[in-house]
Design a protein. Structure first.
Length: 211
């Protein structure tokens, strides 16, 4: 890729077990195979000190108030921003599993206020595209090991899905919705078409910030 052109920031969002991680990997392999300099990342990033606390919390080994864990999830994104920005400006496309939208969706599903939850996300890098894998949570409970982590409960996932739906309507200019119930290959084929377009278009655009 031309060094003067930046990479695209592509985010996958959706409820637990919707297939994000598989699609993220397949897209990474496809773009890399086509010669696009690409890297994968994910939030929470459990490798940092803050990520370590989040990991304990998610595994039900540590109790924190809803507000505190919300701010830690956001801080975990902020601590990665400079390096992601550097990669994008160096021409690397970054594919990210979950982002600010998960942050808001999971906390609002617990009962926190939407605007309060969004506030700490303002100023983070704005994705060029969000690929939303929309699923009926009822279908997801049949997927392997469901229910092991803190949030894998049907009612809760339904609420989370509603917040994602709200984002997909509100931010429809850069949210792309895909039916998660499709086969892996079909989903990948659809995602690939949109992703290649986004990579080309983003190269010419300045990086944006969440507002
Ligand atoms: N999660 C993830 C949040 O509650 N807030 C956030 O900001 C993020 C990024 O953490 F249940 C939740 C969503 C999920 C859990 O995510 C761990 P992964 O994708 O299963 O690692």
């Amino acid at each position: 890729m031309n060094a003067n052109k930046r990479g695209a920031l592509i985010v996958f969002e959706g409820c637990d077990r919707c297939g994000k991680t598989t699609q993220n990997r397949q897209l990474f392999e496809l773009l890399t195979g086509k010669g696009v300099d690409t890297m994968q990342t994910n939030f929470p990033d459990r490798s940092t000190a803050i990520g370590n606390v989040i990991n304990h919390y998610l595994q039900n080994n540590q109790e924190l108030s809803d507000e505190v864990i919300h701010l830690l999830f956001s801080a975990n994104r902020w601590e990665r921003m400079n390096s992601i920005k550097k990669d994008l400006l160096a021409g690397t496309t970054v594919i990210c599993d979950r982002y600010a939208y998960s942050g808001v969706a999971y906390s609002v599903a617990k009962g926190l206020d939407f605007n309060w939850c969004w506030a700490p996300e303002i100023g983070l890098l704005k994705p060029d595209a969000v690929f939303y894998l929309k699923a009926t949570p009822d279908e997801l409970t049949t997927r392997g090991n469901y229910g092991e982590e803190r949030y894998e409960k049907l009612d809760f996932q339904r609420k989370v899905g509603q917040i994602f739906d709200r984002f997909s309507e509100k931010d429809s200019s850069y949210w792309h919705t895909f039916e998660a119930s499709k086969s892996q290959q079909e989903l990948h084929a659809q995602i690939a078409i949109v992703a290649e377009k986004i990579v080309m278009q983003s190269a010419e655009k300045p990086l944006g910030k969440l507002a």
